[in-house]
Design a protein around this ligand. Structure first.
Ligand code: G3P
Ligand code: CA
Length: 771
């Protein structure tokens, strides 16, 4: 299935600009206005203007602007004091190409911005603008916005640029406007492509700064003589998956057409050209385009240039690059940032040390996925990698039984030469079947049972069986890392004041338990070190949120001092903080915390999922959105692309079960106990059973309820058949043999979690009936 949405993808759209030679235009020290019929409407480099002046006819609508050293400089100290310069045009048009060089000199914060204004009415407002924040890498770093007739903002489209703009670095900004169509570019990369510019079709141009000081230079306005093509309906690929009742089923990857992803092994031929099964790579990419997600296996070094040529020529951005060599994955994903990475595990065995190294290698090569042969996979392996944000693709499923076994392990993807076995197996489960245990992160410990962010709460989380323990880090006045959610200690302790204004000594005097209950009196505010040391070597991962910026190096240093890079996942609302952390210690997974609206339509949801996946991929972060920002298509889209994520903060049962049904894997919750009391797996005592016609057998399952203790409980279960059988008859836990043949019998356990019924199912038991 292919959904489409107006897209930013077609970066190569070229507009035929009928530029006349500049020599034909009157270029003076001031502005040069060409006749309406001339394609060049204005050109200005400010070089011959004196400091403090403005080009003739340009007007300051508000704030402070002047030419300084051959550049137009706009200064705005704050949001409430913007600066706007309007350039009235002689020509009565709105179809133009507006170009300028832009340089941030300073900004009050990363959210402050500058803009090119266009189709300005009344030399004031309404108008449209291409706004560019200093922090261009924020989700709304770039905007197509309207200043409305009511003098308010209507932000119609947003996007991000892969990196934040640097101070004193010049970027080429361009707007192409034609009728209702507008394209906005940075350094020739198309970043906004819209058809929502129908309200104002003509008007002047201008420049604006908001909480920033910005230089503009080399301004050029050219008439746009040709219409822009319709907004590209670029495909958002959402391949259909097999029908199944499993709520979070694995995606399929194979070398043939019947899977969501297409595995393509890339080899250079004798001429050094890249091929897939003898075809050129371009041909292979075009063949799967808009049908399957390409997964390229690359084992040769030095192919980057040719590979990127093929990806660009086929406009392939939604792609997975996998290799057994981490250096290859790293160099390709660095050179081609929208590519997602995966590592193929090739050793004959997989012990604890291998597993740790594999997780490190996946992350430090910019990957998110590990491909592991079925024979090396266990539930513990999947669990280890999942809780370190590595998505697991099992390779095998070469029979239907093997497919069931792999599904049963809770993998995120199945790579198989015979995907039809998996497709068939997936169709055989009862409603609401869970095969993948959610990774439960205990939010600030277990605040529903113990004071938040205290050692008592963390220990309880561990005892309850949390997979991860979430916590919030800040730095004290005297430079120590401590754990506290709020900026101040007022809410959770018996003291007052901001963490930044208190010393460690002062904070350690406080009681962090007494306000919660007398039973917890005496609990201290933990240091980060204390928290690390408590769980060092235990089977739990620490989900560490950096509440401050500028502490990244110290956080990582303390983790390294405890040799715990293998036990920590970092996250933050500050993207830059995670980018810095990732550079400092690429082995540690990092997550970006954010909230966003959920689009209304199916195609808008998929488009949003695509943009977010690109955002996570390009910034090397997992997308740890608030749960209200998530939706079923988001989970499925990400799962198909080998990306895990954690979502917060579950404090009520209904949204919790709803999100699990939609495919949530990583809940962050105040109520760890709601999930950890539930069974996680159902094991059968036998895999095969022979029976004579007329005889019966009784079969009971055991359920593992906790990974740490490997405790098993005898639980209530029932047998079931996936299809009508005349070989056996099922009654409760009894199989009765009817006639010679073979039947697949499953065991099912139904339990209640979050106020809803769920099933876990065993691998099938093969029952052979003979005379
Ligand atoms: O784990 C993410 C979540 O903790 C973010 O929100 O305010 O509880 O830190 P907050
Ligand atoms: Ca937090």
């Amino acid at each position: 299935m292919i959904y489409t949405k107006k897209s930013l993808a077609k970066l190569g759209i070229v507009t035929a600009l009928a530029l006349s030679p500049l020599a034909a235009v009157n270029i003076t020290g001031g502005s040069a206005f060409a006749a309406v019929s001339e394609p060049l409407l204005l050109i200005e480099n400010f070089d011959s203007l004196s400091n403090g002046s403005l080009p003739a006819g340009w007007k300051i609508a508000e704030g402070k602007a002047q030419v300084i050293d051959g550049k137009l400089v706009l200064s705005s100290p704050s949001i409430s004091q913007p600066t706007r310069v309007i350039v009235p045009l002689d020509s009565d048009t709105g179809d133009y190409v507006f170009e300028a060089d832009m340089t941030f000199v300073s900004a009050a914060s990363a959210t402050r911005w500058a803009s090119l204004m266009y189709r300005v009415q009344n030399e004031d407002y309404p108008y449209y603008q291409f706004a560019i924040r200093k922090g261009t890498n924020a989700l709304n770093g770039l905007e197509f916005a309207e200043r409305t007739s009511a003098n308010g903002w209507n932000v119609k489209e947003t996007n991000f640029y892969p990196e934040p703009f640097e101070y004193n670095k010049t970027y080429k900004i361009k707007v192409i406007a034609s009728k209702n169509r507008v394209q906005q570019y940075i350094n020739n990369k198309l970043v906004i492509d819209t058809d929502q510019a129908a309200d104002w079709l003509k008007g002047d141009i201008g420049f604006q700064a908001n909480g920033s000081t910005v230089q503009f230079d080399n301004v050029k306005l050219t008439k746009q003589t040709q219409e822009l093509p319709p907004v590209q309906d670029s495909a958002v690929l959402f391949p259909a998956e097999p029908e199944t009742n499993i709520i979070n089923p694995p995606t399929l990857i194979s070398g043939n057409e019947s899977s969501a992803s297409r595995f393509l092994q890339v080899d250079p031929n004798s001429n050094g050209e890249l091929t897939v099964n003898g075809q050129s790579l371009q041909t292979a990419l075009n063949a799967v385009k808009n049908k399957q997600i390409p997964v390229l296996k690359i084992e040769n070094e030095g192919l980057n240039e040719q590979l990127i040529d093929a990806l660009e020529a086929t406009q392939t951005t939604d792609i997975h690059i996998v290799s057994s060599n981490p250096a290859i994955v790293k160099s390709i994903t660095e050179a081609y940032p929208t590519a997602r990475g995966g590592l193929i595990y090739t050793k004959a065995s997989l012990n604890k040390h291998d597993l740790e190294q594999l997780s490190f290698d996946v992350h430090s090569s910019n990957g998110k996925t590990a491909i592991i042969p079925q024979k090396l996979l266990t539930k513990d392996v999947v669990h280890y990698l999942h809780s370190r944000m590595v998505s697991v693709w099992g390779q095998g499923a070469d029979s239907k039984d093997a497919a069931h076994a792999l599904i049963h392990l809770g993998v995120d993807g199945i790579l198989s030469d015979n995907p039809d076995y998996t497709a068939e197996a997936l169709g055989e489960y009862p409603e609401n079947t869970i095969v993948q245990r959610p990774i439960v992160a205990a939010h600030r410990g277990v605040p529903s049972l113990a004071p938040e962010n205290t050692m008592a709460g963390y220990r309880l989380a561990y005892e309850l069986g949390a997979d991860m323990i979430e916590t919030d880090i800040q730095r004290t006045k005297d430079g120590h890392l401590i754990i506290m959610h709020d900026n101040s200690v007022n809410r959770t302790t018996n003291g007052t004041g901001n963490v930044h204004d208190l010393t460690l000594e002062e904070i350690r005097q406080l009681d962090a338990g007494i306000k919660y209950s007398q039973d917890f009196a005496g609990e201290k505010v933990p240091t980060f070190k204390e928290f690390l040391q408590e769980f060092k070597g235990k089977d739990v991962v620490l989900l560490v949120e950096l509440k401050d910026t500028g502490i990244e190096e110290q956080v990582i240093q303390e983790i390294e001092e405890e040799n715990m890079a293998n036990q920590v996942v970092l996250q933050s609302f500050y993207l830059d903080s995670m980018v810095i952390s990732n550079k400092l210690k690429p082995e540690i997974p990092v997550g970006f915390l954010y909230s966003a609206g959920v689009p209304k339509t199916e195609s808008a949801k998929l488009y949003n999922a695509r943009i977010m996946t690109e955002y996570g991929t390009e910034n090397r972060v997992t997308l740890n959105a608030s749960y209200g920002s998530t939706y079923k298509e988001f989970f499925t889209y990400m799962r198909q692309r080998g990306m895990l994520s954690m979502h917060w903060t579950f404090r009520a049962q209904d949204p919790f079960s709803d999100k699990l049904n939609e495919g949530l894997i990583g809940p962050i919750t105040d109520y760890t106990q709601w999930l950890t009391e539930s069974p996680i797996s159902l094991e059968t005592p036998i895999k095969k059973r022979n029976l004579k016609v007329g005889h019966s057998a009784n079969i009971q399952a055991k359920a593992f309820v906790d990974y740490r203790t490997q405790k098993t409980d005898n639980i209530e279960s029932e047998l079931f058949l996936t299809e009508q059988s005349d070989v056996v008859q099922i009654d409760g836990n009894t199989i009765k043999a009817l006639k010679p043949g073979v039947a697949q019998v499953f065991i099912k356990h139904t339990f209640t979690m979050l106020g809803q019924e769920w099933n876990i199912v065993s691998e099938p038991i093969e029952v052979t009936v003979s005379e």
